[in-house]
Design a protein around this ligand. Structure first.
Ligand SMILES: N[C@@H](CCC(=O)N[C@@H](CS)C(=O)NCC(=O)O)C(=O)O
Length: 230
């Protein structure tokens, strides 16, 4: 199995966490988003949407869209499960995942940031206000759900990490990259810190990937990883 990904890609980070949790070996083929390599004709043959990640499973066309890939991995490698038992519980977990991955994340990706800068000519402070506005909309909703619903346990749903944690963690790391103030979101910080105590999450962190800088200005440092050299 091979994943087209990049250290900075939050959607690739989601798939990396799932692969690690399930103990599935996967080679990562870097596509440099900072150089715009995703827009080249070679990568468009892999994913015509010019987005990461894409997962080459060795037969057929590569899989695309991180949430579809996560559900594929969960079906093929059922243990540990990313989704809970029960239709209502699964709907809750998918709902939490969608708030992070499908409401907030698409508004802060490179193509949108480039459009704001190059086409709409918005200056850097205005662009930062845009990004943080949408990230905080998701933060407000996630903090509410994860604080008020008794289904929240040590993790987003009960006491084992799953799909919602994967999406929450990628979202909170993204908030760090864009320097959101996370002070009003204690539950999000608590759940993210707990996930990063698990090696599968910590090893997948963008700043723990080959080619990544040791830190990003204003962003929290990456979590330590046990027993694996950077
Ligand atoms: N909804 C997609 C989002 C994919 C996506 O936007 N990936 C980003 C990196 S995290 C990307 O490749 N962006 C390229 C661009 O915006 O030009 C998913 O979850 O897979």
């Amino acid at each position: 199995m091979k994943m087209y990904g990049f250290w900075r890609s939050l959607a690739s980070f989601r798939v990396r966490m799932a692969l690690n949790l399930k103990g599935v070996a996967c080679e990562e083929l870097p596509v440099n988003l900072l150089k715009g390599e995703q827009k080249g004709s070679a990568f468009r043959e892999v994913n015509p949407q010019a987005m990461l990640p894409a997962l080459d499973i060795g037969s057929g066309s590569p899989l695309f869209q991180s949430l579809a890939i996560l559900e594929y991995l969960d079906e093929i490698y059922p243990t540990p499960a990313l989704l809970p038992q029960g239709a209502a519980a699964r709907a809750r977990v998918r709902g939490l995942a969608l708030i992070a991955a499908c409401e907030a994340h698409p508004l802060v990706v490179p193509r949108v940031r480039e459009y704001l800068e190059q086409d709409l000519k918005l200056d850097e402070p205005t662009r930062a206000t845009w990004l943080r506005h949408w990230l905080n909309e998701a933060n407000d909703a996630l903090e509410f759900h994860l604080t008020h619903d008794p289904e929240t346990g040590r993790f987003c749903h009960g006491d084992t990490p799953g799909l919602a944690d994967i999406c929450l963690v990628s979202h909170v790391v993204g908030c760090g990259f864009f320097q959101c103030d996370m002070t009003p979101y204690p539950r999000l910080r608590e759940l993210t810190a707990r996930a990063f105590e698990i090696d599968a999450f910590a090893r997948a962190h963008p700043l723990n990937q080959p080619g990544a800088p040791a830190s990003l200005p204003g962003a929290p440092p990456p979590p330590p990883i046990s027993g694996v050299a950077r």
